[in-house]
Design a protein. Sequence first.
Length: 620
Amino acid sequence: MTSQFFGLNIAASGLRAANASLNTTANNISNASTDGYTRQKVSQEATDALRVFATYGCAGAGVETIAIERVRDSFYDNKYRSNETLLGNYQQKNYYNGLVEGYLDDDGTTGFSALFDKMKTTLESVRTAAGTTETKSTFISSCKSITEYFNNTYNSLQNEQADINSQIKLTADRISSIAQEVASINKQINIIEMTGAKANELRDKRDLLVDDLSKMVSVEVKESPIIDETQPDRDTGATRYQVWVAGGYELVDCYEFKKMICVSRDDDGSTGQNDVKGLFDIKWGNGNYKDGDNISELSDFALDSQLIGGELQGLLAMRDGNNGQYFHGNVPNDGVHQTPDGKVRVVVNVDSSYLKDMTKCALPEDGSIKIGAKTYKYDSWEYDGDSTYVFTIDDSTLTSIPDAGKTVRIGYANNYQGIPYYMSQMNEWIRQFSDSVNQIMTSGYTSDSIDGVNLFSGMLDMSSGEIAEYSYEELTTLSENKGYYKLRGGNFTVSSVLLDNADRLATKSDVTEGESEFGNLTNLKNMMERDKIFRGATSGEFLTKVLADIALNKSNSQTLEDTYTALENTIGNQRLSDSGVDEDEEASNLVKFQNAYTLSSKMIQVLTEIYDRLISQTGV
């Protein structure tokens, strides 16, 4: 049987429920413009009815306020984060592709095509103006302008690679920072929710951090209840929140977190001829790692994974993108030799055609080589002109003899056309063009019937600090099958002999002819106009080929960035329609809950008057 005050308890429960709803509505309205805030609602249900042993059986006992919960759909969270991962990737590619396109763009004055046309024009002037010293100097000066164009472009690309490298470290540090924050929030959430309350605001903060993380790297999250093994049926209120990134690396496990640690490569640990010094490899370490700790205990983060996603993958694609062309091969079973002086030489057989073409070679003269699962340093390498390389291992860093019969790689395959790809394209053109020009120049004679000299060479930094250049013999007969491998955009130059004395230009093809014979220059002109020396095109079409690559990459990245930006807005609006605060809806709720509060208050007032009449005026 219910008490006389049963109705008052019912009205009081309604008053409490309406009050909680009003407070929740006020909180929603206050946070309508707060980033990451999720709309909250009061979860309530009818209190268990009481059996009253009357003809009507049971009597309702009012309302029970269970919890204040967030209105959030994990489906939209997953969709949003997956889209952010793709958007972050293509935003980085689009931005840096735009910079590369700017470096290569021809403005009609200082671009490659303009300078090359000028070189051809000045060459014709030498042929038609009786070969005066002035016209020869002008021609050589125009050649120098070509080399300076490549010097400047090469340096600009290297500077961009260095900027991207710094951005990779910032991104890795931010990922580590978010991991630490999420682990800390997990602990705060569990402390609160183990008491039975809901830590809604902390959950919003955690979700916002994961949203930010998803733009930097691919993300997968899982939340599961923590079970008390001694009382499996008891609800502990605590949960285990886990975050995986890059397709399988566990970044956060409840209160524990990992770090992405950037480790700069040694000066003698380069994996690419054109790379700037100090490029970062990424290691995977525990959250307690500090700068200066032993990095040998850290595990490697797979830079070649296709599952990294986000800004980090876009940055790695632009920094390391080599169009899939990297050094790899196999050590034969008898391919490891130790010489009498203690040096270890490793034979590597290669199959890929680009590894058999020195104009495409991007191997550093010394660097890091991975043989099997171990990494070694090498001092030098040799090439037999066919399919065999021999590396001399740096004995100062040798801890064990490399195993034979293993796979070998230097660097890794990144199928995107990034900075290394464009620098390799430049180098390939420079080497092929220099070889073709120098063959003509050295086979001819000056107007004074002196043997011709090479027109193009490369600068060499001597240990003494003095600047010297490679001789023609060093680039050809003494290069041990490496050809013009040592020439690249950064050191490309005109022979100092011709810069000092333009009359050393080989104009004649026949030593017996007079000084007005310009057969050698005619051969040079024909080579420039007819010979297909670069990707099936003439030498003057270099920029057309390379600009086609960057234009396509820029167009693709721009299109995909626009697509995923539009999807970001669409999915974001869908998510906000469910979890965001609608001020009109909250205004409607405000009226509804105010009325409920007023009615509950009125109910209490009515019951108060009834009890007053019952107690004070009837004497019960």
